[in-house]
Structure formats: C-alpha cells, structure tokens
Ligand binder design. Sequence first.
Ligand code: ADP
Ligand code: ZN
Length: 291
Amino acid sequence: MIGALEAGGTKMVCAIFSNEGELIERVSYPTETPKDVMPKIIDFFKGFPELKAIGVGSFGPIGVNKDIGTFGYITTTPKLAWQHFNLYGTLKDALNLPIAWTTDVNAAAYGELRQGAAQDVKNCIYLTVGTGVGGGVVVNENVVEGFAHPETGHMLLRKHEDDYYEGFCPFHDNCVESLAAGPAIEGRWGKKAIELADQAEVWELEADYLAQALYNYYVTLSSERFILGGGVMKQSQLFPLIREKFEQLNNGYLELPALDSFIVPPLLGDNAGITGCYELAKDLLEEAVEN
Ligand code: ADP
Ligand code: ZN
C-alpha cells in the first residue's frame, strides 16, 4: 500500500492506495494547527501497517532543497500556526517510511500528467486560480524543484492600462495572484466572482492576465499542456478567451499545439493532488529498488 497526504490550507486529505493505484480510503481533516491535526494524520497512516511509502504535497512555500536547512519545512506561510513547521520531519519521525515531498500543486501537476489531462505528454503546468494562484510544473516527466520550487502565481504581469485595482499580494502589486485570483476579482469589481458571471469585461480582463502568465510560462518551459483549475476557472467561458489571447500574444511567432487541447480543465478534479502524491511515492520506491 501507498499513502498520500495533500496538505492544503483548509483541509488535509489523507488517502491510501493499493500498490496498483486503486484508491482504497480517503479522509480529510480541517487544517487547523499542527498540534490539532498532526496526531490525526499520524494515527490515520498508522492504521495501515502495510504502507510502504507516503507521498506528500503541501501548501507552501515549503523547503524542497536538501542542501538547505529548511528542507521539509513549511516556511513563510501567512498561516501563523504553520510557519516554520517541519511537516516532513514530523511525519518521518512518527512513521519511519520513505516520503516523497513536494508542493501541493506540483503533486497535482504530476497526478494530471500520470493519470489525467496530460497523460499523453511529458511537460505540463497545473495552475489553480482560486483564493490564490499556484502552479505546479512538470518538465520531462519530473516535477520542477531547484533552489526553491516554482511560484508561478507570483509571475509579474503587465497591468492593463484601465485597471486601477491595486492588487492584494502583500509582496507584489502586479503578480498573477495579485491581479487574477478570486479576491482580486472581488476587490476590483466589488462583487464575488460568481456574481459577475455575465459581465463580459470581467472575464476579458481575467483572461488577459491568465494568458500573459501562460505565455510567459510557455516561452520559458515549452509546456505541452496547461491545466487550469480552482474556483475561478469554473467560469468556463474563460477557456476560449484565454486561448484566443494566448494566440494574440504569440503574434505568429512560435509554433503552438492545437489550442483546444493545449489549455484545458483538470481531469482528476479533487483527486489530482492525492493521485500525484501516490505516483511520486511509487516512483520513490522504484528508485530505491533500482539503486
Ligand atoms: P481555494 O483556492 O481556497 O482552495 P477555490 O479554488 O474554490 O478554493 O477558490 C475560491 C475562490 O474562487 C474564491 O475567490 C471564489 O470567489 C472563487 N470562486 C469559487 N467558485 C466560483 C465560481 N463558480 N465562479 C467564479 N469564481 C468562483
Ligand atoms: Zn505576489
């Protein structure tokens, strides 16, 4: 058996998969504080003595670089109770199993690559546009990590000349999150995004910002698929608008994949994260056997 933990800002999803990848059990606990929730998570996994490994995809920022002291920690999150909490180390000490460790969105991107909307390619980006904007990056079938991990939601954008909204990211006036996450839509237009569904100018501007972000990722990484999820993307009229604006930004320069199958919604829905965690933990076990 293989365990999966998708550690999210609001809930912690714990799952058990068979070695073959069948989902056997899935529970979730409110994220609350480490003191409240860590014992529940640990007890849950201890209930399955046949576990061979666990994959963890965590909200962040997190430390992913083994050469740096913050490896395994949730670092500068605005959630005070979780700041500088050693999530990886706590699980490792309690469960003594191999643990694959990456961001929640890297896990979701990898889940979609292995079993979802990017099964037929090797390079994808999964972007969630919700309360914030976060993205996971897979290049040549590997999740991308370096000194830190990609923070695609904080890519800086060219602000529209008629947009007077000041942005809500505490660090950047004009990053993707600041200008295009759900709270930015609400802050700019004075109503919740869902109540603005029939206001064309809202989605024109939203698509403009998201297309800028995707185009910048594309010229950097040559991604073969962009998978866009999260609450805001429930406005499915965004997809054709983003594709159109992406093509305009390209301005005939680069060859592009067929746009309808290039910028798409997720296939795995709420299971993208845990599926990716399962796949990463399975890879970890396979690597251990090979070495
Ligand atoms: P989170 O990012 O917290 O995990 P969501 O992905 O559901 O959660 O994102 C919540 C954000 O998405 C809120 O800002 C909300 O206004 C917006 N949202 C949720 N549902 C819709 C919808 N149907 N249409 C547009 N925006 C939505
Ligand atoms: Zn930012």
